[in-house]
Design a protein around this ligand. Structure first.
Ligand code: NAP
Length: 309
């Protein structure tokens, strides 16, 4: 059993910022990294909306800098995945997949959200064999090839633009005419010669054989006409879902969509347990907001610990 004052579960912008505030308040602070060290931000390419960086910077570099900052301040990182938390008594006991247990006086849940799927059978069949949820991770395999990106949010537009840098041709397939993505990003994308927008189109199937993906079939939502697009790869960028399965029987209140219910001070329904970042809402999944809410959660955790002494 390892003991800590503050345990931040999740190593994205929310968990790391919480840890910075926790450790600088004089409390022993551990960050649990889980499977996706650095969170979703490491998959983001050119960020130009994170304050403090004059030129675009990759999400990977931002997280790398934040991790180094945490380490310099004395935050401990542990490569462990949370599978269960006991909330009936304090300190809380966190169980990790490895069998390790951590006793924490205050917990900040900052597990983020992971990539959603289209939910069609052929997506499952070709996942990892031509279908991917991360262009930053897998885009390299499509050099001089054709790729399709599905979605109309910031991630889809960003991934499509990223892929145009080395793919011969990229299709951005979106089920509506208008985008959730920032207008400035969409306008920039529209100007790229090897990027074609396929709008008002829903994916019917991803087609291929044992060697991988060969094409995608989309249906125009207005005309109902089917179109086959030859492609070597499909990148699914249709939003995110919270990674809160391990909280199911913990007593921590979740919404029907699995997001953690918090008040405006980041408090969950259990005293001493706070939550921050993308696992608490589905509207403002921005790194800067996750970082801000992490800071807020840590300040609340510190007040709680100060009173708890
Ligand atoms: P998002 O903003 O939620 O967009 C998801 C997109 O996928 C929407 O366009 C949605 O279509 C579409 N979609 C959802 N389910 C679908 C389905 N079954 N079939 C086809 N299309 C489907 O998600 P995101 O782009 O992953 O971004 C997540 C969050 O991170 C957002 O808040 C985003 O702003 C943020 N983010 C920010 C940056 C940045 O600021 N640089 C970069 C990346 C992500 P509809 O529009 O029709 O619902």
């Amino acid at each position: 059993m390892i003991n800590t004052d503050i345990l931040a579960i999740g190593s994205g912008p929310a968990g790391c910022t919480a840890a910075i505030y926790g450790v600088r308040s004089g409390y022993k602070t551990i960050v649990l990294c889980g499977a996706s060290h650095g969170g979703q931000l490491v998959k983001t390419n050119d960020m130009e909306n994170f304050p403090g960086f004059v030129d675009p910077i990759s999400g990977y570099e931002v997280m790398d800098r934040i991790h180094k900052q945490c380490s310099r301040l004395g935050v401990e990182f542990m490569q462990e995945t949370a599978v269960k938390i006991e909330t009936g008594a304090r300190p809380f006991t966190l169980h990790c997949a490895s069998g390790l247990q951590i006793a924490a006086r205050a917990v900040i849940i900052s597990v983020g959200a992971c990539a959603s799927r289209l939910g069609i059978e052929s997506e499952k069949r070709f996942m990892g064999k031509g279908v991917s949820t991360c262009a930053t991770c897998d885009g390299f395999f499509y050099k001089n090839k054709t790729a399709c990106v599905i979605g109309g949010g910031n991630r889809a537009v960003e991934e499509a633009v990223f892929l145009t840098k080395f793919c011969k041709k990229v299709y951005l397939i979106h089920r509506r005419e208008t985008f959730r993505a920032h207008k400035v990003s969409v306008d920039k994308a529209r100007a790229i010669a090897n990027l074609e927008f396929v709008l008002s189109s829903a994916v019917e199937s991803i087609n291929g054989d044992e060697s991988g993906v060969k094409s995608i079939t989309v249906r125009n939502i207005n005309t109902k006409v089917l179109r086959d697009i030859e492609t070597d790869g499909v990148f699914v960028a249709v939003g995110t879902r919270p990674q809160t399965d391990f909280l199911k029987d913990s007593g921590v209140e979740l919404t029907s969509g699995g997001y953690i219910v918090v008040n405006e001070k980041t408090h969950t329904n259990i005293k001493g347990i706070f939550a921050a970042g993308d696992c608490t809402n589905s509207m403002y999944n921005q790194a800067v907001i996750a970082a801000g809410s992490g800071a807020k959660a840590a300040m609340e955790a510190v007040s709680f610990l100060n009173e708890d002494c």
